[in-house]
Design a protein around this ligand. Structure first.
Ligand SMILES: Cc1cc2nc3c(=O)[nH]c(=O)nc-3n(C[C@H](O)[C@H](O)[C@H](O)COP(=O)(O)OP(=O)(O)OC[C@H]3O[C@@H](n4cnc5c(N)ncnc54)[C@H](O)[C@@H]3O)c2cc1C
Length: 381
């Protein structure tokens, strides 16, 4: 099991922070971010004295925080936190501290700013990133941003978005840059997504109509935007797998408890051999995911490249979630259809196989590295 932050002497008391948050009736994702950041919980993710350079943060602490959030809040709130802590902030922290990106990172770390990461383009399939139409043109020292992004977490609530945009035609990786865009800038419009799900995640579209930005709002080198994003999307994929472990574990625990209490034909549902067999199969899936999380979180100088380890973990997480939630919802019968019930969670959790890279994209990465993953010497070390 992931250690608790409370047991981690270098980290703030997460239980106390969450207990404080729980005194509010339904804290918004912004409030959750503000409180966790102001308490030092977010900063502690990056303050490892011996940082794991693969991820830009401490994966064990991230695991602990995601597990705690998953237990305490609806999925949309954890999603809002996850995008900021695992991708947007590590990207900003890679920029020089005296740049606008560095200042915004400091504000976000203090809980004074919230972030969105806007990559999926209005004009292209998410699996075909380099077909994007969102672009910048240079007018003297000013960058002019035009285009749109869709299905962006925190689009309607964030103060700033990190926007991936093209600076030249064509699909060469150096033709894309990453920009820091204040969402109050003239020409920016946020529109909520028309969806029944992901309450609290502020999902929506961002429209950019000739948004004028100083040249220093480029994050990092202009030709390295796609490379920087590709590097840090691995951290989001890591987070996705760790969160999937926490979520499946939580649902299996509750289902097991319910099965031992619920009686069918005079006996607890848990005593039915077929039910136990099905549950055990789901538990085996979940334990396999947990073992993979443990392996990926451990320092591994000879392990596969982080992009490969993260793709493997995210794909495993999405598949495990689908099987576990489908089974647990079925075992609950009609109750799973209640508002906020397991079928709603199952639908929302289908995003684990889409957001941050679809299943087929991840399986492509895994297939491309078959030899690396099967290398017996790595496995033995
Ligand atoms: C809840 C949620 C939150 C999100 N948050 C963000 C965010 O914060 N920022 C952001 O930038 N984006 C975000 N996204 C967008 C997400 O990254 C994209 O939806 C994702 O990249 C997939 O793009 P798409 O929806 O256009 O699907 P497509 O790329 O059109 O793919 C749809 C399906 O087509 C099939 N397919 C496509 N290509 C192939 C192929 N070559 N081979 C086989 N099958 C294929 C697959 O089954 C795939 O699942 C979010 C999405 C969701 C659902």
């Amino acid at each position: 099991m992931p250690e608790t932050l409370t047991a981690d002497p270098a980290a703030p008391d997460l239980d106390a922070v969450l207990a404080r948050l729980r005194t509010e009736p339904a804290p918004s994702a912004r409030t959750v971010w503000h409180t966790l950041a102001a308490s030092g919980t977010v900063g502690a993710l990056y303050d490892d004295p011996a940082p794991d350079t693969r991820w830009g943060l401490d994966p064990r602490r991230l695991r602990t925080v995601l597990t705690a959030l998953d237990t305490a809040f609806p999925l949309g709130t954890t999603l809002s936190f996850c995008v900021q802590a695992a991708t947007a902030l590590p990207l900003l922290r890679d920029a020089p501290p005296d740049s606008p990106a560095g200042h915004t990172a400091a504000q976000a770390l203090a809980g004074h700013a919230t972030l969105a990461l806007a990559v999926t383009d209005t004009a292209a399939a998410g699996s075909d990133l380099t077909a994007m139409d969102t672009r910048i043109e240079q007018e003297g020292g000013t960058l002019v941003l035009t285009g749109g992004k869709r299905w962006i977490v925190n689009a309607t609530t964030a103060d700033h978005a990190l926007v991936l945009a093209r600076r030249r035609p064509g699909d060469h990786f150096s033709h894309f840059c990453l920009l820091l865009v204040p969402l109050t800038a003239p020409g920016v419009r946020a529109e909520p997504a028309d969806t029944l799900w992901f309450d609290g995640a502020g999902i929506g579209s961002l429209h950019f109509d000739g948004v004028r930005l100083p040249a220093d709002h480029l994050i990092g080198s202009p030709s390295r935007g796609l490379a920087a994003f590709a590097r840090r999307i691995s951290t989001e994929r890591l987070a996705s797998g760790l969160w999937a472990d926490a979520l499946t574990s939580r649902v299996l625990t509750r289902t097991h408890r319910a099965l031992t209490r619920r009686r069918i034909a005079g006996a607890p549902q848990w005593d039915n051999a077929a039910v136990r067999q099905e549950f055990a199969a789901a538990l085996i899936d979940q334990q396999r995911l947990r073992a993979l999380c443990d392996t990926v979180c451990a320092p591994a100088p000879d392990g596969p490249p982080p992009a490969v380890a993260a793709a493997l973990l995210k794909a495993a997480g999405a598949d495990t979630l689908e099987r576990v939630l489908t089974l647990c919802a079925r075992l609950q019968g009609a109750e799973a259809f209640e508002r906020g019930g397991l079928h709603q969670l199952r639908t929302e959790a289908a995003m684990f196989g889409i957001a941050g890279g679809t299943g087929h994209t991840l399986r492509d990465v895994v297939a491309d590295h078959t030899e690396v993953l099967l290398d017996a010497r790595r496995t033995a070390s």
